[in-house]
Design a protein around this ligand. Structure first.
Ligand SMILES: CC(C)(COP(=O)(O)OP(=O)(O)OC[C@H]1O[C@@H](n2cnc3c(N)ncnc32)[C@H](O)[C@@H]1OP(=O)(O)O)[C@@H](O)C(=O)NCCC(=O)NCCS
Length: 334
């Protein structure tokens, strides 16, 4: 059972519209335990990739039911040829040879991603034993951005005393341009709405409203302006999104500091969506909060993809995998 009330509320939402999620890391006990918890709850149908006998033995030994769970060994799957041809067709113009497609389709992250592309699963969660780049690359190559030419970025759901915040981008775009930063903020605001979090967006910096100077501050100011202009478009204008910058983290989160540093801001002191100026700041910040600040971190979750494929930290626990699956189910209902 999951402790967080917030994650339990996501599991309850997932149960209303059951999706099929593929987990390519069947060799990992944390993944198997998470699959058991999710299927036991009836929150999703689960497909686990791996050695079928070993997985069956593990479930039997634990006394867990395999209801709602399917085990697939990609190398022996009757669909391997179909997926190989699909991969080859999708990537041959990018220089993928048929021989390489045969090898790549057997890679479990590619196999899982091809299942989604073929409509045989709705989402995927991987990364307990793979780097972010290995999990994310097949998604970018095969599933692609929902909006042509737009960047895919990522977010974390950070729980502070079970109160959810969105942090973005702490996982994918290393050094975003001003335009990319504006897009990250707009995507993150929509993500917040999907997850029932107030879309109060702070564009973070080491400066609050001109208190600091430098190219980095100018980039955040330009991104803020671009995002504010985009909020006037039909796509965003009735969503209730509030956005402001540049703000330091204390001005974004603390009402007392906000009253001093940014008294006229409609976001300061009550930000729930924190946009970091680059991956270094975002990644370091989320890990510090997780390790020293008592926060729970779920992600990186990709935003802007055609179908949800999400990553795990290699240091994750089974409960983190459960949270990531629940989040993926909610994204799949969109
Ligand atoms: C995500 C990441 C792996 C992609 O880089 P990469 O594998 O070198 O990807 P490439 O540049 O070869 O691009 C592969 C494809 O993805 C596309 N792509 C890359 N980044 C993209 C993005 N942010 N949005 C949409 N598409 C993207 C490319 O256009 C390319 O498509 P194509 O092959 O069809 O032309 C890279 O941005 C990265 O390493 N980010 C940091 C990850 C990390 O270490 N995070 C910290 C831990 S959480």
């Amino acid at each position: 059972m999951v402790k967080s009330k917030y994650i339990n509320s996501l599991l309850a939402r997932a149960k209303e519209n059951v999706k099929t999620i593929v987990l390519p890391e069947g060799e990992d006990e944390r993944v198997l335990e998470a699959a058991h918890i999710i299927s036991d709850e009836g929150a999703a149908k689960i497909i686990i990739l791996g050695d079928i006998k070993q997985m069956n033995d593990y479930f039997t030994q634990k006394g867990w039911s395999t209801k709602n769970i399917e085990f697939i060994k990609p190398e022996e799957s009757p669909r391997l040829t179909e997926y190989t041809e699909l991969l080859y067709e999708l990537r041959k113009e990018k220089g993928l040879s048929h021989e390489d497609a045969v090898a790549l389709a057997k890679n479990y992250n590619y196999f899982g991603t091809l299942m989604i592309k073929s409509g045989h699963a709705d989402g995927m969660v991987s990364g307990a034993n793979h780097s972010t780049a290995d999990t994310v690359r097949p998604a970018l190559q095969i599933i692609k951005s929902a909006k042509k030419g737009a960047n895919v970025s990522s977010f974390f759901i950070m729980l502070s005393n079970d109160v959810p915040y969105i942090f973005s981008d702490c996982g994918v775009i290393i050094n975003p341009t001003d335009k990319e930063l504006a897009d990250i903020a707009l995507n993150a605001a929509q993500t917040a709405i999907l997850f029932g979090i107030e879309p109060n967006v702070a564009m973070l910096s080491f400066s609050t409203k001109g208190s600091g100077k430098g190219d980095e501050v100018e980039k955040v100011k330009r991104a803020t302006q671009m995002a504010l202009e985009a909020l006037q478009n039909d796509e965003y204008k009735n969503l209730g999104i509030k956005l402001d910058g540049e703000l330091q983290a204390d001005a974004a989160l603390d009402e007392v500091v906000a009253a001093k540093k940014a008294p006229n801001s409609n976001v300061s002191g009550k930000a729930r969506v924190l946009i970091f100026p680059n991956l270094e700041a975002g990644n370091i910040c989320y890990k510090m909060l997780q390790r020293l600040g008592g926060c729970e971190a779920y992600g990186p979750i990709l935003q802007g993809l055609n179908a949800p494929i999400n990553d795990l930290s290699r240091g994750c626990f089974a409960e983190d995998v459960v949270g990531a699956i629940a989040i993926t189910c909610i994204q799949a209902t969109k």
